[in-house]
Design a protein around this ligand. Sequence first.
Ligand SMILES: Nc1nc2c(ncn2[C@@H]2O[C@H](COP(=O)(O)OP(=O)(O)OP(=O)(O)O)[C@@H](O)[C@H]2O)c(=O)[nH]1
Ligand SMILES: [Mg+2]
Length: 675
Amino acid sequence: MSDTRTVAIVGASLSGKTTLLESLLFAAGAIGRKGAVKDGNTVGDSAPEARERQMSTEVSSATAEHKGVALAFLDCPGSVEFAAEARNALVGADAALVVCEPVMDRAPMLAPVFRFLADNDIPHFLFINKMDRASGLVRDLIPALQAVSDKPLVLHQVPIRDGDAITGYVDLVSEKAYAYQDSAPSKVVDLPEAVKDREESARTQLLESLADFDDTLLEMLLEDEVPSTSAVLDYLKREVAANQVVPVFLGVAEQEHGVRRLLDHLAELVPTADATAQRRGIDSAGSEPLAQVLKTYLTPHGGKLSLARVWRGVIPDGTVLNGERVAGIYRLQGSHQTKLDRAEAGDVVALGRLNGIKTGDTLVQGNANPAEELPRVEPLPAVYALAVTAEERGDEVKMSTAIAKVIEEDPLLSVEQNPDTQEFVLWGQGEIHLQVALARLRNKYNIRLTTRQPRVAYKEAIRKSVSQHGRFKRQTGGHGMYGDVHLDIKPRPRGSGFEFQQKVVGGVVPRQYIPAVETGVKEFLRKGPLGFPVVDLSVTLTDGGYHSVDSSEQSFKLAARVAMVEGMPKCDPVLLEPICQVKIAVPNDATAKVHGLISGRRGQILGFHTKEAWDGWDEIEAYMPQAEIHNLIVELRSLTLGVGWYTFAYDHLAELTGRLADQVLAQYGAKAEEG
Ligand SMILES: Nc1nc2c(ncn2[C@@H]2O[C@H](COP(=O)(O)OP(=O)(O)OP(=O)(O)O)[C@@H](O)[C@H]2O)c(=O)[nH]1
Ligand SMILES: [Mg+2]
């Protein structure tokens, strides 16, 4: 087994993950020159969409070696809109390195990350980056971070200050003091008097936290014995691996402050692939290859790469996995590929041309699919949609194929053709997510799309009954046409749908023509007097007449249509709008604001309660018109530092009258179309 330890770098948006990776790779000697996010030349943000936006838009991977330990990094985007990328990568990691900024107010941004790590029992570390910008004290920041983490956060370092600037740190395990040096290892210095008290109390806290999970250490502390540095390190290693404690490190990614020390800790503390396999219940003994796909890339030249973690066995190039032959095995350094002739258990590699294989899939050798799949991450619900059309007429088919490809790389993107509005609708995690998908379509497939807010599938119904006569008659040279019907049109209760009945006696409408009457009615109902599909009504054929030569199915269909065209406007038609049931999840300090948001969007609150297994969160249920949901996620995120979300499901149709109805009719109704 290769001894590669895999670390997923996750955390808050723009906290400096990609910059940290760059510094880690540089410090480990894996790259000779350090790029910067603003210059668009980092290993992590090699995708054109990431460069364009100066933010990570997908997972990228890179490897380094430090003190004889091979490390694979998965740099994950921090934006909530790309959270799925991180989640899919995390299932293949031995540990997560959570990065945040030293800003107390932003601590809640980490709630979903910590929750995912706790739920999936993934060992992790916290790196507080941008210490060059720290305004407050680390000791004040920790409680705010602790409030969103189930696992105890234990400081591994305390800062040394010179005025406002942080010039170094004391390592609480070795009790050595270090001064930061730009682009070089920190220098050992004497422990400054000023931090002695702080160091002592922080170290006691560290030991006490460790002792919570170890009785031997607890007894030692009670006896006032001082454990050796190597003993403390052993406790720490064990408890990190068991995901019992979360060590906290400090630094400045941009200036490599604390970065070499971080590398040391990662090489020392990240569990091995074997240990992770055990934790996840994967049988890593034996030689039968077993791997899982963490991410799918379609390269600009059309090649498909499946980034996979190998859990067992050896995979030589050319191996058949799940019925697909591996064509090329690569180690990735961002977009740079190094060809390998095989991959071993523990490795994170890109496997070429596994057509039909998707992110999350379990791979086994042979032509069959695996008998048992490794657990995959539950997809996140779609929260934002845009209707799209190809800019160039005639590009529609090309558009569908290209979208399907982009979805292969980005499984949280989906597409539907709305049966009511006929629109092609892209669904995803937010505005940026969809814009990035559109950029990929442009960059990789040369397809430009125009977007607009998707239309709401309005319907209409009637409020009054009417009996209507309709006749269709045409006398021409040869065969004429003749059909005559009497229809009773009646409203039905909301949600009960359409019903056709016939009560014809004495064969006044011959039986073979009755289905044509029903067809004529149904065809009319696709677009009622207001211009929308009509629902919830009954139409009964009560009487009629025929001509022995001229009557035909077509003439009865048209007679029914005549009756509907004349009768329906007299039935007091009314516009109906779809109402959804929404469930909104937010930290409870935002609950009151969410109530306001719901009523401001014509919603009706059905109830709210504390969210199960989410400490400090509420779930609010409400009915809300679909027309008001389009940018709901945008406001929810702005109320909650990005962490709030919602799910929705269509529930029922409700009458829409007054000014709003007039607006809809003016914009989309029958009159608008005529005009
Ligand atoms: N002052 C300061 N700025 C930093 C530091 N590290 C990163 N930055 C800046 O923070 C910004 C975001 O850095 P990134 O590395 O792109 O952050 P990220 O976490 O990868 O961002 P996403 O992947 O989009 O979530 C950039 O402008 C960096 O230059 C640091 O230690 N100090
Ligand atoms: Mg990044």
